[in-house]
Structure formats: C-alpha cells, structure tokens
Design a protein around this ligand. Sequence first.
Ligand SMILES: [Zn+2]
Ligand SMILES: [Zn+2]
Length: 645
Amino acid sequence: MIITLKDGSKMQLEGAMTALEVAKHISEGLARAALVAKADGKFVSMNEVIDGDCTFEVFTFKDEEGRLAYRHTCSHILAQAVKNIYPTVQLAIGPAVKDGFYYDFEFKTPITQADFDKIEAEMKSIIKADMPIVRSTMSRKDAEKLIKKMKQSYKMELLADIPEGEEISFYTQGDFTDLCAGPHLASTGKVKCFKLTSLTGAYWRGNEKNKMLTRIYGTAFDKKSDMDEYLQKLEEAKKRDHNKLGRELGIFMTDENIGQGLPLIMPKGARIIQIMQRFVEDEEQRRGYLLTKTPIMSKNNLFITSGHWDHYKDKMFYIGEEDVDDEILCLRPMTCPFQFTIYKNGLKSYRDLPIRYAETAIEFRKEASGEMHGLTRIRQFTLADGHIVCTPEQLESEFAGAVDLIKFMLKTFDLEGDVTYRFSRWDPKNADKYVGSAADWERSEGAMKTILEDLGIEYTEAWGEAAFYGPKLDVQGTNVHGKEDTLFTVQLDFALAERFDMMYIDENGEKARPLIIHRSSIGCYERTLAMLIEKYNGAFPMWLAPEQVRVLSLTDRTADNAKKVASELTAAGLRAEADVRSEKLGKKIREAQLEKVPYVLVIGDKEAEDGVVAVRHRSEGDLGTMTVAEFIAKAAEEVASKLRK
Ligand SMILES: [Zn+2]
Ligand SMILES: [Zn+2]
C-alpha cells in the first residue's frame, strides 16, 4: 500500500499493518511518542490496522489531537475505576476538555473529594495492567442490546442521539466497555501520570430540568514535572477565585438574613460597577442606542403575551396566585416586553428603523439553591440589556453591529483572549419546545451562520441550547475552577414581534413585521465583575480601580500635607485617600499593596519641604519623586489609556 505523509512524501509498504507499525516505518522515535493517528482524515488508534492506500498523520502529546486522545483515555480509566468500586454507578459522558478531562456519574450515594485517593489507586492499577483498548462497531440493534445488558440508561439516550447512518462504536479495556466515538490510546498503560482535581454537580445535558450528576474533573500529562507545574498554576488560580478574593478586597459580601444569590455590592464594588456602567451607557449612546428606564415588575399579562409565563414560569419570582388573586405581579426575568411596549407607543415607519433600545436593567431569576455562586449565579442581577428592532434587510448589519460592540467591550476590558463563542441552535427533535416553524429556524440560523463566518468569528455549535424564541450567539468565559458561563449574548428573535403585534409601515405603505435582536454589551455587571476580579487578580487597571491613589504621611509632621495632596488629587478627578495614621510606613505600604491600590504617594519632611511626592506603583515599584501636578498628568494619561499595568 502507498502511505502519503503530511509533507506530501509517499511510502510504499507491504501488506496490512497497525498504525503503530506504519509509524515505525516513518521513525522509531515518532512511533515511541505516537498517541493516535489519522488515516485519510479519520482518527485511528495506534493498534488499529491500516490496509490500503491512505494519507497518514501521527499525533504525539505535543499536538492538541494527541493530548485529547490521551486525556479522553484517562476519562475511560476513571469510569472503569469508579465502576469497579461502585458497581451500581450510572455513566453519562466523559470528554477531554482544555487541560484535562471529566466524567459525569450518577452515584447511588453521593461521594466526596475524600474518595479520590481510593479512585486514584484503582485507576493506577488499571494503568499498570496495561489493558489493550479495543474498538468495535456494531449495528444499532446490537448496540441497544449491549447497553441494555450493561443497564446504562444515559448511554441509551446517547445512542439515540447518534444520527442514522453514522458508525456506532464501542471501546473495550479489560471487562469495561463504553459507547464512544473515540479516538483512544492503544492501551491503558500509555497514560503516564494523572490527577483527579475536583468534583462538582452538573446537570445531565446541562439542563436544570434534568438530574444533577456528579462530575469528576482530572488532568493527565505525559511528564510528571509538567503536571506538577500545571497543578501549581491551578492552585495559584484558585487564590484568584472572585468568591474569595472579592470578599477579601471588600468588593462584595453576602448575609444569610438577606439570602442566597443576593450579594451586597460594597462601596469598592459599587464604584467599579458605576464606572463600567457609565462607560457602557456612553458607548451605547455613541452607537445610536436610545436609553430606557422601565419597571422591575409587571402584571403577569405581559409575560403571558411574551410566552415566558408558559415557558419560563418556574424560573420567575411572582407575587399572587393564579385563579385566586385578581392580579399577579412578576419580578421581571428580562426587559424585552417592556421595551417592546415602548416601541408600540406610536406607529413606526421603515424610516424609523432600526431602533436600538438599551437599559441598565435589574432582573430576577429563580436560580436553584445548589447553583448559586458568588457573583456569577445570583437571583438579582444588573444586565446591560437592549433590543434592536429592525427590518429583515437590516438584520445582518444590526447583528454584526451588536457583535462588534461586544468585541469592543472585550478589547477594552482586556478579555478578548479569555472568551470563546458558542452558536446555540435549536433541537429539531424537540420542536415542540420552541415557538416558530422549522422553516423559521432554518432561515434565521442560516443567516446567523453567514454573518459569523463573514465576521471571521471562530465558534462551536451547541444544538438544543437556543432559547425557545430563537438561535443565539453566546460569548463564554471560564472561571478559575474551569467552569464555563455565558458572559454576553446576542439573540435573534422571529417570534416575539408577532406575539406583541409589533408593526412598521414599509416602503409600499403596507404593514410589516420587524425582526428583533436581543443583545447585551457587557452582560450582567455582577458576573462580568467576577470575571474581572479573577482576570486582574484584584489589581484593577487605573480607570476602574475604586481607589486609585493612597497618600501616606511618613510622620505625624506631614499628616496635613498628605491630606492636602489627597484633596488636590480628588479635585483633579482622581479617587484618592490619605492614610495619616501613626503607623510605620512599611505597614501602611503593605496594606495598600494588599488592597491593590495602583499608586502610593509618600510624603516625608524632605518631600514636604521640596513640594513633591515620592511615587510608588503596585507592580513597578519606586518611580522617584515628582510634583503633584506632574503626578496628576501622569495618572490622567493612564486613566484615559484604560491600559492595565
Ligand atoms: Zn471514549
Ligand atoms: Zn430580551
């Protein structure tokens, strides 16, 4: 057979042989490092047989493909170990993820992280046994029979998801078999080192209507030193956890008399959010948005019209009971119906469109108690919400504009490299979950895909993740624990305009239906603040820092000078405080450093006499002395740049 390598060179080999043997013909070294291969673009394990002309590529741990196969194999080893220890466990899914892997289980009795030692020991013995991992394919009927015998109901659902005509494959190691598309390493012994890192709850298929499963996270590397370095970094990252650091820095707090998911944003946090909000509202104004200010509650009539009452009631807070009270008042989960009501106040012509409404909106969602976390999952939040009402011809440019605004915000907050894009589509198999016809969905999703491709945005597709009224683009961020959350959303909507009977008069003087885009520019302020705390490790850039400068007196003799300088800075528009306590300078500097105040100005007798201040930056250290005017100019420049130092 003729094997064509990646560089285009060809190799003539006699007879069929395993992928590993083919790799050996390329080089012994490559074969030793080989984890998985691709023949004619299709993944093959190194123990699978190649028996005809094909293109051939080998992947090692240096390649993304190699790492994924390696870590995914480790997730099977985890599943096998858990199954050995807890024979009644139900297995859900176990993919490789960035830097590691996880597996979702349903345990009869919950386990804790204390059980990791036992599971890790079992995994080690599976690795030591070096069991070959063998792929097999079978018909759907046989697969159903096999899964029934294994008594794995989640696997049965996963099997049903495999489209007709697609190959159904299983991987077997020892007495453990799992439904899986692969690819895998050739044997369990190929895994050199791994570590289980954490345990969280996760809903089956990510849907809170489903059962909460136990997700075990782990990581795996080919070198122990690399893994140690990674675990060290992970520990460092945990110190940045906004739920810990945000409280330590006095940004927010919670109180059990107030309740779960209802954080109190403290003065420093409130200042940061105020600055963000001013920035966002000003930018939106520049981009043609009209500001609205609408109530946080309404009669449920509004949400009956919007469809939320039918589709979303269990996530809403409301006062009053159906069939008992004359009036039910709902705390709003969204702003849309309020802005639509404003739109309908007066007849609109095509000349009025697009209309872009924006609002800094307080909203409420009844998050389940197990789901609430710090500032990221809360019951009351502040959304930079907005809706664009446009003609069908304007849809593409308006969607592109909404995405451009998000990209601008990400750039300003230095978050561009920290997000991924997810295109959330409907689930055609569950059509009754959605409003609108199949044709509507295909049309709008098609338009959106074209726009995303034109904008050059890389994205993943999530089938079944769309809202009931349209497909959406989610901008996803990952917290220090590796948990992904939606930061911003742009959503197309072809349903609500009809429900609210929204109209405009088109060029021909006929009544026409507008289209709607739900969008956010900076998302939920609380959640974005959480992301920023972790990203900046609490060291907010000058323009966002709640306290930008702290003026320290070296001795009591210079206390008045320090206070005077602090008020000069405040008058110049900077956020400055004076620390004139009779404490040692070292202690005062350390405190300012811990609170991550960008600049500390020290005034001793000499500085007071010369009319200067000694300037110290939290990361750059001593910057020498300068006059107050010089410092103000320098600080103002840094604030205007919005750069992070
Ligand atoms: Zn697998
Ligand atoms: Zn909306």
